[in-house]
Design a protein around this ligand. Structure first.
Ligand SMILES: Nc1ncnc2c1ncn2[C@@H]1O[C@H](COP(=O)(O)OP(=O)(O)O)[C@@H](O)[C@H]1O
Ligand SMILES: CC(=O)N[C@@H](CCC(=O)OP(=O)(O)O)C(=O)O
Length: 297
């Protein structure tokens, strides 16, 4: 009887608060990166899927790009395989690539698709191979090198986005489907590439001229060394935080891709806490700004 405690007038007020946002974002594309660390429990996953359906229902065009790093890690562990990371990027040999493709393109992608469809949406799952959506190029050892590393590491099947042909995504959006994209790219020779999901989401937002890029992760946003939430940051401020080590690990590709998306014309990028129920609705359709907002200048 939890619902009895909620003031109905307050509920109506919250619903009414959504109107200007629905009007502002109607017909606009919102790219939502759903990180593996935000897929914490069944209720959260189901709530996320429901919110995506709601966005579509009120006229926004959500495009989901998902990760699944922890899920890949768990499956590699079951198989007795180890992972090495360089700056938050997984070194991916051929055997690891097989597992990445199975977990991201299979398990994780289809779970999200299925949840969205259970809530009345029409989701279609894709990897970058479908419709030649994401062309990838292998990242070179030099590109992957960190300042501390004394030797160059071959990253194997790790790619960066060479180009995106959004035809298949455009077709799905026009047909009122919700695209759900796994971050696997295809090389010129047809080989699979493992691409950090943040990078795919950033480029996808740019190519689709998205209004917003939302990055759902497992922190309340970008934090200072003292643990305070930072927001309204410009590119210069972010660069300083990278240089002084405030931003590290998995946050590095996230921040870099958000900055690239802003430079590429996306209006705003937000790093938000995917562990907060309905964080997508809170960010998009209420007055309460969530997490870290990144701006061009
Ligand atoms: N300045 C920072 N603020 C918040 N998190 C940070 C920061 N620097 C590094 N991180 C790390 O980045 C992680 C988020 O990246 P990642 O684990 O790759 O998430 P996801 O799987 O959602 O992409 C956080 O959990 C945190 O450990
Ligand atoms: C090259 C690379 O590191 N790829 C990532 C792809 C998944 C991902 O990005 O998942 P999250 O968003 O949940 O971190 C990986 O193998 O973990």
């Amino acid at each position: 009887m939890e619902n009895n405690k909620i003031d109905p007038i307050q509920t109506a007020h919250v619903l009414s608060e959504a109107l200007p946002y629905i009007q502002k974002f109607s017909g606009k594309t919102i790219v939502i990166k759903y990180g593996g660390n935000a897929m914490v429990d069944e209720d959260l996953k189901s709530g996320f899927a429901r919110d995506i359906v709601l966005l579509k229902q009120v006229g926004l065009n959500p495009v989901v790009v998902h990760g699944g790093g922890p899920q890949i890690g768990r499956h590699l562990e079951k198989l007795g395989m180890k992972s090495q990371f360089v700056d938050g990027i997984r070194v991916t040999d051929s055997d690891t690539m097989d597992v990445v493709e199975m977990v991201l393109g299979g398990l994780v992608n289809k779970e999200i698709v299925s949840l969205i469809n259970q809530h009345g949406g029409s989701a279609v799952g894709l990897t970058g191979k479908d419709g030649d959506l994401i062309r990838a190029k292998k990242i070179s050892s030099k590109e992957a090198a960190t300042e501390e590393a004394s030797e160059l590491i071959d990253m194997g099947h790790v790619g960066h986005v060479d180009s995106i042909d959004s035809a298949v995504v455009d077709m799905l959006v026009q047909g009122d489907f919700i695209p759900v994209i796994a971050p696997i790219g295809v090389g010129k020779d047809g080989a699979s590439y493992n691409i950090n999901a943040d990078l795919v989401a950033g480029k996808m937002a740019e190519i689709l001229s998205a209004e917003k890029l939302l990055l759902l992760t497992n922190t309340s946003g970008l934090l200072s060394k003292e643990g305070e939430l930072l927001t309204g940051l410009s590119i210069d401020e972010v660069n300083k935080l990278i240089d002084d080590g405030t931003i590290f690990g998995g946050m590095l590709p996230k921040i870099r891709c958000a900055m690239d998306a802003l430079n590429g014309g996306v209006n705003s990028a937000h790093i938000i806490d995917g562990r907060v129920p309905h964080v997508v609705l809170l960010e998009l359709l209420t007055d309460k700004g969530m997490g870290t907002l990144l701006v061009r200048s």
